[in-house]
Design a binder for this molecule. Sequence first.
Ligand code: GDP
Ligand code: IMO
Ligand code: MG
Length: 424
Amino acid sequence: MKVDVLLGLQWGDEGKGKIVDVLCPQYDLIARFQGGPNAGHTLEFDGKKYILNTVPSGIFNPGTLNLIGGGVVIDPITLRQELDKLKTSGIDPVAHNKLVIARKAHLILPTHRLLDAASESKMGEAKIGSTLKGIGPTYMDKTGRNGIRVGDTELPDFRERYNKLVEKHKSILSHYGDIPDFSEREAEFFDAIEYLKTIPKVDSEQLVNRYLAEGKRVLAEGAQGTLLDIDFGSYPFVTSSNTTTAGACTGMGVAPNKIGEVIGIFKAYCTRVGGGPFPTELENETGEKIRQLGHEFGAITGRSRRTGWIDLPALRYAIMLNGVTQLVMTKADVLSGFEDIYACTHYIYNGEKIDFMPYDICSIKPEPVFEKIPGWNNDLTGITQVEDLPSAITDYIQYLEKALGVPIKYLSVGPDRTQTLILP
Ligand code: GDP
Ligand code: IMO
Ligand code: MG
């Protein structure tokens, strides 16, 4: 057996949570492999809406085990809040042995969050627009070989390790100005560490490879999106992990030749939250219309998401980097309100027409070249049969498949689990 990977091909919020929830009955294990509580994955079913941050989106399927992999960074405080909230909705994955955590996952400390905030405020206009969850500083400590891992909480010198790292953080923070009082959050952190100890720990590389050897099916759930990847995203306006398929290998401990299907998700248009370049951005009434119709406001921070037309050079780049074998298009219903829609087919960059993502899109803006495509005026949200789709959208799907070279297997026409069509 091989691990299938599901990940976002744009700047995040493509609808990963919804689609993992739809697909998870086909899998024995759902594993998050990178990112942390900067993620906000929304699931809707039975008239209820849930937003998951660190917990994998297979949590609502009784037959599926959920793994928070070693490549994830965990804030014990927010994880506990998330699990408490699920408990009030009648879902208790800890009591039902449906959640395990990799010992190698790194911990987000209260001071990591302070460092995130201090660094962002210092950058002024040039700020990344981080979710301020402490993601960047935690991954910095991981790669700087200073980090504290979930498995370390069981060690007798855990507190000393914590104190040593916090001393280092305080000395960095003092360069930014006064250090805010974090004693309350620190107490909460140690409480949450005790709670974390009640959740089973695993070596994710052993668990996942054992599952594969036993013929069990595993789906890796990405967070953020390809264009936020630390190596291949719109650097420096990126997150601090590998959001691409390669990150699934390191974030769980599986070899590249153990990767099976790679399911790439994209919206029928494009959004981005936070700073950084966005070639097809619409800073006009059309962009506002997409934002309102698509409810494009951040699942975690509530921030307005920037909106624009679909960007085919960026999608081709994401498909290449991830080895995408099948596509999912979400939010097609949002474009129903438009007479015509547009797709960016090329960029004009340094006076030349190019169809790939160049090295620098921050200081030199690629000018998008758009193709006009007939829209579909029909409401798609109630369509349950592919045969009932308007011909304009089936033409659009064929157009995209030709432009991207990969089949679109699923079409999402609303936020609910049931609003998902399997395409022939
Ligand atoms: P994720 O981070 O990739 O899981 O995506 P988010 O949950 O942050 O953002 C996607 C938003 O779009 C959520 O509010 C979903 O409920 C919603 N959504 C997902 N698929 C569709 C769809 O096909 N149509 C509409 N209208 N909303 C969708
Ligand atoms: P999901 O999994 C959209 C963005 C932030 C910021 C940049 C760095 O829900 O798709 P960070 O907090 O990582 O330091 O922020 O990345 N960002 C996301 N944008 N969806 C996300 O996750 C994101 N996680 C981080 O807005 O621009
Ligand atoms: Mg999201």
